[in-house]
Ligand binder design. Sequence first.
Ligand code: XUL
Length: 527
Amino acid sequence: MLFIGFDASTQSLTATVIEVAGGARRVVLERSLVFDEVLPAFGTRHGVLPSDDPLVAVSPPLMWVEALDRILALLAESGIDLRDVRAVSGSAQQHGSVYLARGAGDVLGRLDHERPLAEQLAPVLSRRVSPIWMDSSTAGDCAAITEAVGGPARLAALTGSRAFERFTGPQIRKFWRTDPDGYASTERIHLVSSFLASLLVGAHAPLDPGDGSGMNLMDLAAGKWALEALAATAPDLGERLPRIVPSHTVIGTLAPYWQRRHGWPAGVRVAAWSGDNPCSLVGVGLVREGRVAVSLGTSDTIFGYMAEPRVDASGTGHVFGSPTGGFMGLTCFKNGSLARERVRDAHGLDWAGFSAALERTTPGNAGRLMLPWFEPEITPPVLDAGVRRQGYDERDGDADVRAVVEGQMLALARHSAWMGVEIDTIYATGGASANIALLQVMADVFDAEVWRLEVGNSAALGAALRAFHADEAAGGRRADWDDVVSGFTGPDASSSVRPNPEAVRVYRDLRPVHAAFERGERGSGLR
Ligand code: XUL
């Protein structure tokens, strides 16, 4: 039996196909479409439309539609036997929203297989662009929602997070405020995840509590819309939002469009999609408390499973629903891989050269520090972007490389303390986890053993495992999560990186120095 997980990330769409045959489990195929390369006509850079305002980050939703159409065609031609595919599910960048106009439900219900999907969706977008997780343009909306709900602590206790600029509620409020007619003509506001799921099933799809908790709109404990948050956001919002269903729900089967256009069989189950971080939690096998994962992707995130929601009193992190039931704690940094790439490119290096520079320099970087805020930062909240350097000149390439990595790792360690997890083991995933010199800095800063995971894309794998789990549950079989992930999510035994006690001491002393530098530099973004 085959199961497929999609991952619609900021920069690409990936599909991971897994095979489960009794105890035998393996990844059969992984395919990716990089938006900038494959769909250049949409004009994105790293998947985002260029903007004069550094606080604005939007993407064209039709690019995701086109990519989905193409990847299903690609899989159909890949040589896998489509008749073995039992179920699919998906993961998508969190928080981003797609606005569909009146009549969209009808269009979804009768997609014409003779016409490309994007062409059919274009007339029913009530907003041409989708604000995504990198957007920070809603500070005023965050303040208004926070005040209406009764303060940041109250909003965090209710929804799992204080108001964040990128979260969907503040973004919806901005749309309603700046384009009331567009808002009035909107039939449904989807997350990226529920939007792409809608295309697969040919109807407005529901969303799951994992992604729903990234909106500042969901009652985290109840897994239902929080009516007071909805009222604080925009009028008649409840009627425009999808239903929330448990993550393991089978929401339909692949629509006739996919059968007729690309030859998919009838009856392939589609399980609810979720956010990329909740899917990654499954994809790295964190179905119990006690360990954390660090994902080094476009964003850097640190997350772990939580049986009970322990909301962050400092207002730094988030508690989301976990697709396995229960919850997950997460802290997100916007200046992840793009910051590392900026430093690499500034000094004319490739990744091997970047690693060599790390290896030539010593832990602590002789006091040279960087706050890598190339873009407005989420953690800590900084709206006036700009890299801050201390103790060196940016032309010093070796120092700059170590400074960006140490700055990122120190921030990850310091700003995840709220999760209350004694971290002795970290699972590292995402593109940059291939870099052993970088993982050494992680091990030393956290004083923890770092395991690199074998899987390429943990979010897509997590989505495939969720499809497997949902199919088991729909068939009335007891699907135990330890069982579902076993055989797929083990760390690469040869990749363990242990902390070096001398370096651990250096970083312990550096933490308060980093904290003071950060406090002093938060400028107008300070809250
Ligand atoms: C999480 C977040 C990012 C996106 C990236 O809160 O904003 O990790 O999900 O895809």
